[in-house]
Design a protein around this ligand. Structure first.
Ligand code: GLA
Length: 726
């Protein structure tokens, strides 16, 4: 074994440790231990990932697997932290390269490591060629969530091509009853939760679309031993990347499950000239023995505390009004001012003008790319509207879709070569638009300057940043043919660059990531965006399962939810205003209805519920979420509970689809309260059962439960439990 150099700057007993006798690395939090070691061949071998191990339960040195007969030699069956394709590897490699001489064999062995606080970096090198991979590890001592990424460096003196590069492989212990939980969907039907047994073949979750996509979300959870929402072991992870991505899940010959995720290798190729390197995205992952509910709460806390741009103390989301469903493209100064007046009257804090305010944008056929205020709709620019919105006590937000262009636009007429395209081939349109090639420096700079000017000239607090199609014909003709596929990496890096630099230059700016709904929600974009739009589907009943699925990986603190008009355009379903409000109050509340059609009673109901929401939003957005009754179990009922981080407030929402057979609404058994604490009940909407006490212990609310009186179709109730000082 080659042991070149080690440098250790961490005190023993810290979150990251290295045992020089056994060559074992250990990353620990109070609940979780993750360990790997250098085996006798020099491979970085995965050893353990699960509940916290006591310090005296030392892990033995890494010993390579025996393999199986002549068909599965030890080099392939030994679980590695980051296996390159080479030697005899038949499972998914983390890295695959090709060299100019035709060699495609790469075998990575340990070279050195650096240890610093909660950060560990391990350097691997090929057995004969100077290709190095730096593996980075971090552990959050609070949640036990690990962050892993890799940098691939070419020191060979000749170019090489990276054909496949993952951020990490996660190795789970052997088991024969693993269940994979993942999220799938499509436009207006995002965030559907799937469960499937892990069988002896590979399962692929991916996007080949150039962005995150609605069809799969880059999140997984693996349970075993019959784990459910409330209990049992869960290994979970989320990839922080907003371009094409792939996560594979496969059991090896001994039923150990390997999860590998990073850039999607489909159509991928990244040439590294001598001295160049490629960074992978970060893959976050965690473990809990506390079921899927606890896995979500750990991720939520981690996002609020470490991922979001305002972490560790994100500002609660303001109550927002958006004009899209009210006006579509027919925006103008007088109409927006009128909506703003009504919105302010019911307690809205942020007024957002959606699509239609710029260029020749009267429909989705023209104007994208021309970010100049339309003079017919806004003869004096945006200033009078913004001043009015401010005078009404709200801040102002604006819809933009900067990465896109309509062929019918001044920008496209001037720069038809700025879009992704293969010369001489058709350019497939989606919603009459093409994708600007952000990988080009000139396009990146143009978008940045246009938005920077808009923000400099107008007092804009918020961008709804939309992205309404996926890639097609992803050519980058200005690049050398062998470098064109770098577009999959450079585009997203430049998108992040624009978002980061706009925020730096305009520190007040908040951003929502929208992609025709929930098509670009991931931990990569969430480092630069304060909130996300889960779905264009605003039907309040459909939203219950959409929102439920969303919360498996992502915090309700970023989940925008609008109250819109009834009947809703998606299913033509009619629901009461109160039902619509309660559905949206499970996330970050917005209103997207045509307020000019609301009567006095509607406006009073809205004002009451907006007021009520402001008193619970910190709990809903940043508290601990318990999915008490899932809307997707085929039952008529669903219920959630959120508990504030200081334990002083709990908020319960209950929803009924339709009563039948005189069945009563089920008793809701609360969770996460202090059994000895006393909690006073306050009703926000709906009615509790007649025998419900006004005040009781946490033990009572958890064991006796709470009875809500819900009967009829599309009924909802919300109650608050406030802890009584003792
Ligand atoms: C997308 C968004 C909508 C709206 C329209 C505007 O579809 O998801 O909310 O902003 O674009 O064109």
């Amino acid at each position: 074994m080659l042991l070149v150099a080690t440098q250790t700057i961490a005190a023993a007993g810290g979150p990251v440790n290295y045992d020089p006798d056994t060559h074992v690395f250990t990353l620990s939090s109070a609940q979780v231990t993750y360990a790997f070691g250098v085996n006798e061949r020099g491979e970085l071998q995965s050893l353990y990932w699960g509940g916290h191990r006591a310090p005296d339960d030392t892990l033995p040195a890494a010993r390579p697997d025996t393999g199986s007969a002549s068909f599965d030699p030890s080099t392939g069956s030994t679980p590695q932290e980051y296996a390159a394709w080479g030697s005899a590897l038949y499972t998914e490699p983390a890295l695959k390269v090709s060299f100019p001489d035709g060699n495609r064999d790469l075998v990575l062995h340990y070279l050195s490591h650096t240890l610093n606080g909660s950060h560990l970096s391990v350097l691997l090198k090929d057995i004969s060629r100077d290709v190095r991979v730096e593996l980075r590890y971090d552990i959050d001592p609070d949640s036990g969530i690990l962050a892993r990424s890799a940098r691939i460096e070419n020191h060979t003196g000749k170019p090489l091509v990276v054909q496949q590069a993952a951020a990490a492989t996660w190795n789970l212990p052997a088991g024969s009853d693993y269940v994979l939980h993942s999220l799938s969907g499509r436009w207006a039907g995002e965030w559907q939760l799937d469960h499937r047994p892990v069988l002896p073949s590979q399962t692929v979750l991916e996007s080949r679309r150039g962005s995150t996509g609605e069809q799969n979300n880059p999140w997984f959870a693996l349970t075993s031993g019959g784990a459910n929402e409330d209990t049992g072991p869960v290994w979970f992870g989320a990839l922080a990347w907003s371009g094409s991505w792939r996560i594979t899940v496969e059991p090896d010959i001994w039923h150990r499950v390997r999860v590998t995720g990073g850039y999607n290798p489909f159509d991928f190729s990244y040439r590294l000239a001598p001295g160049e390197s490629l960074e992978t995205p970060t893959f976050f992952a965690g473990y809990t023995p506390g079921g899927l509910g606890e896995a979500s709460r750990l991720l939520h806390r981690f996002e609020l505390g470490h991922v979001l741009p305002q972490a560790p103390h994100p500002r609660p989301r303001p109550v927002l009004y958006n004009s899209w469903e009210a006006t579509q493209f027919n925006v103008n100064e007088a109409g927006q001012m009128k909506l703003a007046e009504i919105a302010a009257g019911i307690g809205v804090e942020r007024f957002v003008m959606d699509d239609g305010w710029f260029g020749a944008r009267d429909s989705d056929h023209a104007g994208l790319g021309d970010w100049v205020v339309n003079p017919r709709k806004f003869p004096h620019g945006l200033q009078p509207l913004i001043a009015k919105v401010h005078a009404l006590g709200m801040d102002f937000g604006l819809w933009v879709e900067p990465e896109m262009v309509n062929p019918d636009s001044d920008l496209y007429r001037k720069h038809p070569d700025w879009v992704l395209n293969f010369p001489g081939r058709p350019r497939t349109e989606g919603r009459n638009q093409l994708v600007l090639n952000l990988a080009r420096q000139d396009v990146r700079d143009h978008i940045f300057h246009v938005l920077d000017d808009l923000l400099t000239q107008n007092d804009i607090a918020f961008f709804k940043w939309d992205y309404n199609r996926n890639w097609s014909e992803p050519g980058w003709p200005e690049q050398k043919p062998q470098d064109q596929q770098k577009v999959y990496v450079s585009y997203v890096q430049n998108l992040y660059w624009i978002l980061q630099h706009l925020r730096e230059r305009h520190p007040k700016l908040e951003i929502e990531s929208c992609s025709g709904g929930g098509g670009r929600v991931d931990l990569g974009i969430m480092r630069f965006t304060d909130e996300v739009w889960p779905s264009d589907n605003t039907d309040p009943f459909d939203r219950l399962s959409i929102q439920d699925g969303f919360t498996y990986p992502y915090t309700p603190g970023v989940m925008m939810a609008w109250v819109t008009d009834s009947p809703n355009w998606v299913n033509q379903r009619s629901t009461s205003l109160e039902y619509r409000f309660l559905s949206s109050m499970q996330g970050a509340l917005g209103i997207g209805a045509d307020l000019s059609r609301w009567n006095q009673q509607d406006l009073q109901t809205a004002k009451r519920l907006v007021d009520g929401y402001k008193g619970i939003r910190m709990t809903v957005q940043q508290g601990l979420l318990y999915r008490l009754i899932s809307p997707r179990d085929g039952s008529e009922y669903s219920a959630t509970q959120s508990v504030s981080t200081d334990g002083r407030q709990a908020v319960v929402f209950g929803f009924l689809h339709s009563s039948s057979m005189l069945n009563p609404y089920p008793r809701i058994h609360l969770q996460g309260l202090d059994p000895k604490g006393r909690y006073r009940l306050r009703v926000l909407a709906g009615k509790p059962g007649e025998d419900t006490p006004e005040e009781a212990s946490g033990a009572h609310w958890m064991s006796e439960g709470l009875q809500l009186m819900l009967k009829g179709d599309f009924q909802a109730a919300a109650v608050v439990l406030e802890r009584v000082a003792q």
